[in-house]
Design a protein around this ligand. Structure first.
Ligand SMILES: Cc1cc2nc3c(=O)[nH]c(=O)nc-3n(C[C@H](O)[C@H](O)[C@H](O)COP(=O)(O)OP(=O)(O)OC[C@H]3O[C@@H](n4cnc5c(N)ncnc54)[C@H](O)[C@@H]3O)c2cc1C
Length: 404
């Protein structure tokens, strides 16, 4: 059996390894269009490669996928984040889990992951060909697949082909796969930060507010987590997660929308009012600037007081009903205008790709072209930041390697 894997990224390497492990007699060829394989693994996680997430259950893991989670939930039974950790540690890559559950090699070098994958590919005798961009796939009458490769005069024929070409920011990047009859979910960026060119909050660049609630006005999109004020606007886990959850809706809004921040993370306004009244009673004589509610960073607290027109030297006891109402508004429903986005370069992914309508969810085999399979980001699957995207590549690579 001759098997081709198109694309030498995380999913392609893992798929090739699994195919050769499951079918030792198969001739497995990996075709990579560029001069280098695993380029994204190299730069991932700031050069450290956040290889998976350390969360403890599949239920928690699937929450990390705004798209494709339903399908992955079943595939995780075959290969989940624990399997990933086991697989790499069994092959000599020591891993560590950081407090936020991101899993990295102990070496803090993505090269450890790359070396491990290359070693496995070489041990198994998989042929890796660089500079081989596949332009087209044709289905022959006997079910075999013909690959047209850039710069090669004659097409090559394989019994099975796995496409692991990653995401594409342009719809046209999927034309060759759409031509075979696959439905494509149009690509839009996921994981980006919010630009606020007409707001003054970027003055607080570098400030981190712990555990805030973020909501996009006019939508059901909500997240909770830490927020980082940047030079351009807002970033941090709460914002990045929101950008992934809302990737399509926010693209439709052309990245112009209002974001509501609940700095107190108390969604019940009456409860918030009560807590602020208690604070005013307890610290009646202290100035507003000296008692910061909800452990807000000092710069943020002073900024909010100024934004609300409240004198920072005013004693808490003199706030009165009007002052407390103002604080309820400022802490519970602080609105900012977002105008544009910035790519989160630490972990950039696109959502969209080969639609699940066109793929068998158990085997990842194409429904329209026999003997063709898909793995990795080329599928309409993407995760939030934290190792979820590589986990999708390992899991789909593992499953597709069964050639079921
Ligand atoms: C800067 C950065 C940092 C990231 N950090 C993390 C992280 O720490 N953790 C995490 O989980 N995710 C991270 N991600 C996301 C993660 O890298 C991707 O989700 C993952 O690499 C997808 O793997 P893939 O194999 O599906 O696609 P890719 O890695 O994109 O690989 C696809 C390969 O196919 C090749 N190819 C494309 N078309 C053809 C063709 N026609 N013929 C032949 N070859 C072709 C490409 O050259 C490429 O080598 C990061 C992404 C970026 C950009």
């Amino acid at each position: 059996m001759k098997v081709a894997i198109i694309g030498g990224g995380a999913a392609g390497f893992f798929a090739a390894i699994q195919v050769k492990t499951n079918y030792p007699k198969a001739a497995v060829t990996l075709l990579e269009k560029s001069k280098k394989c695993l380029a994204k693994v190299k730069v991932s996680g700031g050069g450290r490669c956040n290889v998976t997430n350390g969360c403890s259950t599949i239920r928690e893991l699937v929450v990390g996928y705004p798209r494709g989670g339903r399908v992955l939930k079943k595939l995780f039974r075959a290969f989940d984040n624990y399997s990933t950790q086991q697989w790499f540690t069994d092959r000599g890559v020591a891993l560590k889990t950081e407090p936020d559950n991101r899993v990295f090699p102990v070496s803090n070098q993505s090269q450890s992951i790359i070396d491990c994958l290359w070693k496995e590919v070489q041990r198994l005798g998989i042929s890796v060909e660089l500079g081989k961009g596949v332009k087209n796939i044709r289905e022959l009458n006997d079910g075999a697949l013909q690959l047209i490769i850039k710069g090669e005069a004659a097409p090559r024929i394989f019994d099975k082909v796995i496409v692991a070409t990653g995401g594409s920011p342009k719809l046209s990047g999927f034309d060759w796969l759409a031509d075979l009859g696959h439905h494509i979910e149009p690509p839009v960026p996921s994981l980006f930060t919010f630009n606020m060119p007409n707001e003054t909050i970027p003055e607080l660049m570098g400030v981190v507010a712990k555990n805030v609630l973020v909501h996009i006005q006019g939508t059901k999109l909500k997240t909770q987590g830490d927020l980082l004020v940047t030079h351009w606007g807002m970033s941090g886990p709460a914002i990045l997660k929101l950008s992934a959850l809302g990737a399509r809706v926010l693209a439709e809004m052309q990245y112009h929308f209002k974001v509501q921040i609940n700095w107190a993370a108390v969604s019940n306004q009456e409860l918030l009012r009560e807590e602020l009244n208690d604070l005013a009673t307890q610290h009646a004589k202290k100035q507003l600037r000296n008692v910061r509610p909800y452990q807000l960073p000092e710069r943020l607290w002073l900024f909010l007081l100024q934004k609300g027109g409240l004198n920072e030297r005013k004693p808490w006891g003199e706030l009165g009903k009007k002052g407390i109402n103002k604080l309820v508004q400022l802490l519970g429903n602080d609105v900012y205008m977002v105008q544009g986005k910035t790519t989160f370069k630490e972990e950039f992914v696109t959502c969209g790709g080969i639609s699940w309508e066109s793929v068998d969810a158990k085997s990842l085999q194409s429904k329209v072209c026999q003997n063709l399979y898909f793995a990795g980001e080329v599928l309409d699957v993407d995760g939030i930041t934290g190792g979820y995207n590589f986990q999708a590549a390992w899991t789909t690579g593992f499953v597709v390697g069964k050639l079921g």
